[in-house]
Design a protein around this ligand. Structure first.
Ligand code: UTP
Length: 303
């Protein structure tokens, strides 16, 4: 039984410049970098669909056309594979175009995540909606977003995903001040601070790239001035909602996430992700594991 409207739409911001991954991202979106053989953003759309959200709005920008092509039909390729009778690859090619009802809007100027989310206002309307960052992967076996949607449907307002990190890392993220609730994995968020110095961090719980937002977030974003880095921050808008009651679009709750998350927008995490995903693949692990062991043994000898 739910007390609040169902969440049916997902917004996937993918218009960032990807400067941490240059030069690869000069003409290729970082969201299209492959994790083994599938672009990162396909995992994100699959997660939205697995959580019951089959209406997906992608926020794209310049140099991002390959994202649209990836989720569209590829007739020439499909015909060539069909003619060869290669059913397996044909199914792989069709998988991404059959996933969800995809919609696109362009963010002319990448003025921050908050600004990217605001570009979704006309498509979303007055409904609650999920936001999944296009370069942030959650272990596909973890039902984080499903749980966040459940919490939103029970408690209203907005819901963020929180992950505990070492104090030294807090200053790279948005950090939440939290209070417990009746549920072990759910907290009330009383304040949010974007990239606080360690000594000013209200907790060790940082915001990761999954959100369920109340539609009131759009009005707040319209009034939100550029914050850190001259960008309009989603965290700043959620901070406002955290201090409001239900009539104003609040409150904000956090779901405590203890699983695996991969930030594929930075090089080191990207490499870790590719290795981990490859090691879990039956078709690759049998040869990759002995090679990796051998390679590391030689590497250690040489070090
Ligand atoms: P990031 O801060 O990781 O993206 O934003 P970025 O700006 O591309 O990163 P760097 O620092 O330059 O490497 C998180 C998500 O929000 C999207 C990004 O595409 C990414 O998926 N985003 C960010 C937008 O859609 N628009 C923006 O203006 C900023």
């Amino acid at each position: 039984m739910t007390d609040f409207p169902h969440v049916t739409k997902a917004v996937v911001p993918a218009a960032g410049l990807g400067t941490r991954f240059l030069p690869a991202t000069k003409a290729t979106p970082k969201e299209m970098l492959p994790i083994v053989d599938k672009p990162a953003i396909q995992y994100v759309v699959e997660e939205a669909v697995a959580s019951g959200l089959s209406d997906v709005l992608m926020i794209t920008g310049r140099s991002k056309r390959s994202i649209e092509d990836h989720f569209d039909r590829a007739y020439e390729l499909e015909e060539a594979l069909s003619a060869k009778g290669d059913r397996e690859r044909l199914a792989q090619v069709r998988e991404s175009s059959d996933l969800a009802a995809m919609h696109y809007v362009r963010q002319g100027d990448p003025r921050g995540l908050g600004h990217a989310v605001l570009c979704a206002a006309a498509h979303v309307g007055k409904e609650p909606f999920a936001v999944l960052l296009g370069d942030d992967l959650i272990d596909p076996r973890d039902p984080l977003l499903t749980r966040m949607i459940e919490v939103r449907e029970r408690l209203g307002g907005s819901v963020v995903a929180l992950m505990e990190v070492d104090p030294a890392q807090v200053s790279s993220y948005g950090c939440a001040a939290i209070e417990p609730t009746d549920a072990d994995d759910v907290v009330r968020v009383t304040d949010l601070v974007e990239k606080p110095p360690v000594e000013e961090a209200p907790s060790r719980w940082i915001i990761i790239g999954r959100y369920v937002c109340a539609p009131e977030v759009f009005d707040v974003l319209r009034e939100t001035p550029p914050g850190r880095g001259g960008e309009i921050q989603l965290t700043d808008a959620l901070k406002v909602l955290a201090q409001r009651d239900a009539a104003g679009g609040g409150p904000v709750h956090g779901v405590l996430f203890r699983g695996s998350r991969y930030d594929t927008g930075n090089k080191l995490d990207y490499l870790r992700t590719v290795v981990q995903f490859a090691l879990e693949r039956d078709d690759l692990a049998a040869e990759l594991v002995p090679w990796l062991r051998d390679f590391l043994a030689k590497y250690d000898e040489g070090a």
